[in-house]
Write a protein that binds this ligand. Structure first.
Ligand code: FEO
Length: 392
């Protein structure tokens, strides 16, 4: 790892994880990730977050190489990618205190068995002066977990934003230089981590704008020296507006559902609707999640297997329900051989989605002309709905 100065007396001391390809045993990481930690040095010294336990040796080596004594370890979030090396830092500095909120303190005690006397609990708006550098803490829950908080360094106008505004990228860039690349990664990150809490994130976004930070330093990915870039992107993602897009998540076993999918793609294209098909046997779920951010309509296409939807379709429905995208319309298409409850099962799996269910097209066997007409009707209905929203 490399220690780099962001501003006078403020250093990035986190780690890049170039090789990691899965996060939380759930989220694909095509570009690796970073665990950002920051050192703020005044008369006293604060370490803002630590690193994943797999990189603990790097952080410890960096801290040992410096002629500083850490007085405070600010813990924004109890998740182990940021908190996991706190015990090692506390061992290195026996007088250091972990500064966090009450809820995070409780979680850190549970997860890392940190002793109660090592904590300094802060609440909304409280500050700590390091001497020439003042850290103010704001409780911003659900920028992943319920205990999350952020820190604002007023003298340098830096918002240390926890997971908010992050991106899973391992990069040698300290600051964002390649905005299109970071946009893609930040959107994927937003979809996976922030989208379930969109309305809360919207409130935090308003607070961020009020602070008007000069730098936004998130817990993952490069630092935003142009905060407007990421603030504008988030503004778009958290807004209620949707785009003229249909996400078509599909799986087919013997080609019948696939024939329906292919026909429907063409029917939607003819009507001027952007359609994004995702073959669930191949797709990266992060890619699917990212595309759920803006779409007006989601379609699930599945055969019936063992009397219900294909497990890949079940996973997609579960994922969409958990991520709570702002999608407006939903439908199901697919083929069955002799019966089953595919539609009922899928409908029951998405209670979180505030959607209107458009007429499903569940057919027997390989599609016939009459079935293609039903798909045309569905495409017509999607077109009508998108027009009503002013998307066409
Ligand atoms: Fe980066 Fe929610 O931890």
């Amino acid at each position: 790892m490399t220690m780099r100065e962001m501003r006078p007396g403020i250093y990035s001391v986190g780690s890049q994880d170039w090789d990691r390809r899965l996060f939380d045993e759930l989220i694909p990481l095509p570009d690796g990730t970073s665990y950002n930690a920051y050192l703020v040095i005044g008369e006293k010294t604060a370490l803002i977050d630590t690193v994943d336990p797999t990189k603990e040796h790097e952080l410890v080596a960096t801290l040992k190489s410096l002629n500083v004594k850490v007085d405070y370890v600010i813990s924004h979030h109890a998740e182990q990618d940021h908190s996991g090396s706190i015990p090692a830092v506390l061992s290195l500095y026996p007088d250091a205190l972990v500064v966090t909120n009450e809820r995070c303190r409780s979680m850190l005690e549970d997860l890392l068995h940190i002793s109660p006397e090592r904590f300094l609990v802060v609440s909304e708006g409280e500050s700590i002066s390091l001497g020439g550098k003042t850290l103010t803490f704001f409780m911003w829950p659900w920028v992943h977990w319920p205990e999350t908080m952020v820190t604002y360094l007023a003298e340098d106008r830096i918002l240390f934003s926890c997971d908010l505004f992050g991106s899973h990228i391992a990069t040698s860039d300290l600051f964002v230089t390649d905005e299109p690349r970071v946009y893609e990664s930040a959107k994927r990150y937003y979809a996976e981590i922030m989208m379930p809490f969109r309305l809360k994130v919207r409130v935090h976004l308003t607070k961020t704008k009020a602070l008007s930070p000069d730098l936004i330093a998130p817990s993952h990915g490069p630092i935003h020296a142009n905060p407007k870039f990421i603030i504008d992107a988030y503004q778009d993602w958290v807004a209620d507006d949707v785009k003229n897009e249909v996400i078509l998540a599909f799986v087919s076993m013997h080609g019948s559902t696939r024939a329906m999918v292919d026909y429907l793609i063409g029917a939607l294209m003819k009507r001027g609707i952007t359609v994004k098909p995702f073959n669930l046997t191949q797709t990266d779920i992060g890619e699917l999640a990212m595309n759920l951010v803006d779409a007006a309509t989601v379609l699930i296409a599945t055969p019936t297997v063992l009397a219900g939807p294909h497990p890949a379709a079940v996973y997609a429905a579960y994922l969409a329900n958990a991520l709570r995208p702002k999608v407006k319309y939903l439908s199901v298409i697919g083929s069955y051989g002799w019966g089953g409850k595919t539609l009922e099962i899928l409908k029951g799996m998405v209670p979180n989605l505030k959607v209107e269910l458009l007429e499903p097209v569940i057919i027997k066997g390989h599609p016939r002309e009459a079935d293609f007409t039903l798909l045309d009707n569905l495409a017509d209905e999607i077109e009508r709905k998108h027009r009503e929203l002013g998307l066409l």
